[in-house]
Design a protein around this ligand. Structure first.
Ligand SMILES: Cc1cc2nc3c(=O)[nH]c(=O)nc-3n(C[C@H](O)[C@H](O)[C@H](O)COP(=O)(O)O)c2cc1C
Length: 181
């Protein structure tokens, strides 16, 4: 396989969102492995509402278009990354045109699968809310029933260590039986 298969706990511990990336491209085969992991995510009615628009740095025109969607602050560090992507959710069901309330949830799950696979391949991802969905819709020709959700920069880790961002204690978000009083 060319990489070490890792225990899920190791992957969860290892993953973090860097702002620095090595000047090293990602192979097409690796990108395919990432999207294969995303493809396996569960979804409401198996709608698989996620879409990813991505560009590699060697495809300059497409890469610059994606970078253009970012706000300045995020663009300043993200432009080091060899891959920029945008997750998009299909907000209606394909069979009925009814709104899919879980499209956002399911697209996030596909992204989480992609992130864990990336971690196993020694790749790192930082997702980005700081972008213009309107600009993305226009520049990337995204249809009305699809919503641009989050951008992401992806690549090999630059000169940065996992800062271990603080996490809330479990009892503040996992409630047994009912909402706490
Ligand atoms: C949907 C989403 C949007 C984010 N937007 C930004 C952003 O605009 N700029 C940025 O620098 N980091 C962004 N982040 C990264 C978060 O700050 C980071 O995931 C969080 O602080 C936890 O750190 P960790 O991922 O290293 O564990 C975003 C993360 C997510 C999941």
């Amino acid at each position: 396989m060319g990489y070490e298969a890792m225990h899920i706990d190791t992957l969860i511990q290892k993953r973090f969102s860097p702002r620095s990336f090595k000047d090293q491209n990602i192979s097409r085969q690796m990108l395919e492995q990432l999207f294969e992991a995303a493809r396996r995510a569960p979804s409401s009615f198996n709608e698989q509402p996620w879409r990813f628009i991505y560009a590699t740095r060697d495809d300059e025109e497409a890469y610059v278009k994606l970078l253009d969607c970012l706000n300045e602050k995020n663009r300043s560090w993200a432009q080091q990354a060899p891959v920029i992507m945008l997750s998009v959710a299909k907000t209606t069901f394909s069979k009925s045109d009814v709104q899919n309330r879980h499209a956002w949830h399911d697209t996030g799950m596909a992204m989480a699968f992609l992130l864990l696979k990336a971690t196993e391949l020694d790749l790192y991802v930082r997702q980005i809310a700081g972008f213009s969905p309107e600009k993305a819709r226009e520049l990337l020709h995204i249809p009305d029933d699809y919503e641009p959700l989050a951008m992401a920069a992806l690549g090999y880790l630059g000169d940065e260590e996992n800062p271990q961002k603080p996490r809330k204690p479990i009892e503040t978000f996992a409630f047994q039986g009912q909402w706490p009083s």
